[in-house]
Write a protein that binds this ligand. Structure first.
Ligand code: PAF
Length: 283
């Protein structure tokens, strides 16, 4: 597996692949790989001839109070895992090369997709994500890029940006990969103390509860939200950031749930670790 640090070298590699007639699938990541990342990489391999993984803890998507410095990192381990997953190139740029002196361009996707859900408590986050993903698409020139459905709003924002800016990249959504007990895999799970692990299950269990209530005929987003809030708060040290029932594409709030409705959740565990999860409620 090739390791490339510099954006210009990455683009040179991408041009060679294009010349040789090989398609590229990109998996953008912030590293600290787990099984979820590895399945994105395996899916990428089914969509193109060669797979590039980017590993960049993007500073512009972290707020001033967020965990940029503490974000878990382990380059050697990530390198071995990507290699084991059959990845051809690991692109790991330095922040100074992604954002050199004078950098002053930002891609902002409309507020109808970015102001609510995670955007409400993380102002500027999605502009940071859209800008870095747009840059990664320009640098790596992929035919396809794979993103996890766990970051449901991010996926909607990236789909919109890719269509609106004619970026010509096929966006492939990968279903959320879960631990056996239902917890959605996330690099942030490493922040959970053993005593908080049970509380972290409140998210996936809340989705299961919503599905059960929907199967029994409940359609009111308001009543479901009230029930789920109490359910989540019955776990120790949990604080709901949001519980939202939204349309899967427009992210507009749904009053009555239907087959297009996604339940999206963000919950703080122990005052510090903010976890997200989502899922459709009706089949
Ligand atoms: O989902 C992530 O890990 C990040 O938001 C992404 C897409 C790699 C952009 O930095």
């Amino acid at each position: 597996m090739l390791i490339i640090h510099h954006p210009a070298a990455m683009t040179a590699w991408a041009k060679e692949q294009a010349k040789a007639g090989r398609s590229i699938a990109l998996v953008p990541t912030m590293g600290y790989f787990h099984e979820g990342h590895l399945s994105l990489m395996r899916t990428a391999a089914r969509h193109a001839d060669v797979v590039a993984v980017s590993l960049f803890v993007n500073p512009t998507q972290f707020g001033p109070q967020e965990d940029l410095a503490a974000y878990p990192r382990n380059f050697e381990r990530d390198q071995a895992m990507a290699e084991g997953a059959g990845v051809q190139v690991l692109f790991a740029p330095e922040a100074a090369d992604m954002y050199p002196a004078g950098f002053c361009t930002t891609v902002t996707v409309g507020k109808e997709l970015t102001d609510q859900l995670c955007g409400a408590s993380r102002p500027g986050h999605f502009a940071g994500v859209a800008t870095v993903v747009c840059k990664l698409f320009q640098i790596v020139r992929p035919d396809a890029a794979v993103f996890g459905e766990k970051d449901f709003q991010q996926l909607a924002v990236i789909r919109r940006m890719t269509a609106d800016l004619n970026l010509g990249v096929e966006i492939v959504a990968h279903p959320t990969v879960r631990e056996e007990d239902g917890l959605a895999m996330s690099s942030r799970n490493t922040y959970l103390a053993p005593s908080q692990r049970e509380a972290a299950l409140s998210l996936s269990r809340a989705i299961a509860l919503a599905r059960k209530m929907a199967a029994e005929g409940e359609r009111s987003a308001e009543r479901l939200t009230a029930e789920l809030r109490d359910f989540i708060h019955s776990f120790p040290a949990t604080a709901v950031d949001y519980i939202s029932f939204v349309d899967q594409d427009s992210l507009r709030p749904a009053e009555e749930i239907d087959a297009q409705t996604v339940l999206a959740l963000a919950v703080k565990i122990g005052g510090k670790v903010r976890l997200i999860d989502n899922g459709k409620v009706l089949a």
